[in-house]
Design a protein around this ligand. Structure first.
Ligand SMILES: Cc1cc2nc3c(=O)[nH]c(=O)nc-3n(C[C@H](O)[C@H](O)[C@H](O)COP(=O)(O)OP(=O)(O)OC[C@H]3O[C@@H](n4cnc5c(N)ncnc54)[C@H](O)[C@@H]3O)c2cc1C
Ligand code: SF4
Length: 332
């Protein structure tokens, strides 16, 4: 059995310097940060990830939730999902985020899982998690058996001929609708990445899921100041009521002025290869009366480019209904 080393870096600089020696920050990285471990340790048990060195970042001072000078929120990378979902400012001003996190996993998992770890959780595609099978994401160039195989839970938006894996995160869908920014510190300094640019489409490099480079440590996530009067809903549809990933989900943040939608931010989960912001649905809604017919039109627009596989065509109508219903709940 392959062994690994485990160390606790004294500070962020030491963690970054050590991780920067890795060949990649993506699939197969030989040095990995360890946060809650609920993704990484799982994948190590399955031998899908086999790092030589784990850097435990749990003692770094990255576990605070603070209000920013601009009225927004700063969420540390190691803030636990439970603490974030139940924080009074999140419940009050960013309800869609609280709802999305609480719709995911289980209470025990949320107590361990962290903000950064959630951003970097891996797909639940069954072939990715089975080292006896080929998989372009796990071993580039070996093929994608999901395209002709078991793909009921996989993506219909943003797919390529090399990978159709769904991004499984609920939290990231809410962050997309809230237009969050992800803050990264690396060996070349720090940078801020809008959520929309953080995850990559699979294209012909499905093993590369994010813009992270070796040594890059996510330090925190920021949310813009809350939009006064916005109505927020996260709706998740799945095979069972709890402890299950989304088949389709929708995060909506809308403002209704008079009869009309004056602002809309919409993202979908369970259907995209990355957390799926839908400018098409937003454009279809803004300026229109907030009614069932227009919610349906927005949902049609959101799924216009969807590409079904052999077993997941049902997701297209499911996602439409999910979004239309979420909009109705928000507008109520
Ligand atoms: C049974 C089960 C059910 C689940 N159900 C759901 C669900 O319904 N919805 C949902 O959204 N999620 C679900 N999850 C996933 C869960 O939310 C993630 O496993 C969790 O959020 C990962 O966080 P973590 O802190 O444990 O990450 P870890 O496992 O510690 O890390 C994950 C990855 O992130 C990297 N990393 C961690 N912190 C940083 C950092 N600061 N900078 C750079 N890289 C970093 C690690 O190196 C690793 O590659 C489920 C998980 C399980 C096991
Ligand atoms: S969909 Fe992606 S993760 Fe799943 S088998 Fe194909 S390449 Fe691998």
């Amino acid at each position: 059995m392959k062994t690994f080393e485990f160390i606790r870096p004294a500070d962020s600089a030491a963690a970054i310097a050590t991780a920067a020696q890795a060949k990649t920050a993506q699939q197969g990285a030989d040095v990995r940060f360890l946060a809650g471990g609920t993704t990484l340790i799982d994948l190590m048990k399955l031998k899908v990830e086999t790092p030589a060195l784990l850097l435990d970042i749990n003692r770094l001072p990255l576990d605070k939730i603070e209000t920013n000078a601009d009225g927004g929120l700063k969420i540390g990378a190691t803030v636990r999902n439970s603490d974030l979902a139940n924080h009074p400012a999140v419940e009050r001003d960013y309800a869609v985020l609280s709802q999305a996190i609480l719709a995911g996993a289980s209470a025990q998992l949320r107590n361990m899982a962290t903000t950064a770890g959630n951003l970097l959780q891996r797909t639940r595609c069954p072939y990715y998690r089975d080292t006896a099978m080929p998989c372009n994401k796990r071993e580039p160039g070996t093929g994608c058996p999901a395209i002709t195989g078991s793909n009921r839970t996989l993506a219909v938006l943003g797919t390529s001929e090399h990978c159709i894996a769904t991004n499984p995160s609920d939290m990231c869908v809410a962050l997309a609708a809230l237009e969050a920014t992800i803050h990264v510190e690396g060996s070349k300094g720090s940078r801020a990445v809008p959520t929309a640019d953080f995850h990559l489409l699979p294209g012909n490099t499905p093993h590369r899921e994010t813009v992270l480079e070796p040594g890059d440590l996510i330090t925190h996530v920021t949310l813009p100041a809350p939009v006064t009067g916005s109505k927020q809903v996260y709706l998740k549809l799945r095979d069972r009521a709890s402890y299950e990933f989304a088949l389709a989900s929708a995060a909506v943040v809308i403002t209704v002025a008079g009869q009309n939608v004056s602002r809309a931010r919409i993202a979908l989960g369970g259907v995209g290869t990355k957390p799926w912001r839908s400018p098409e649905a937003e454009a279809a809604l803004v300026g229109q009366p907030a009614n069932e017919a227009n919610f349906r039109k927005a949902a049609e627009a959101a799924m216009r480019d969807a590409k079904p596989q052999s077993h997941n065509g049902f997701k297209i109508e499911l996602a439409r209904r999910c979004l239309a219903h979420a909009l109705q709940m928000a507008a109520r």
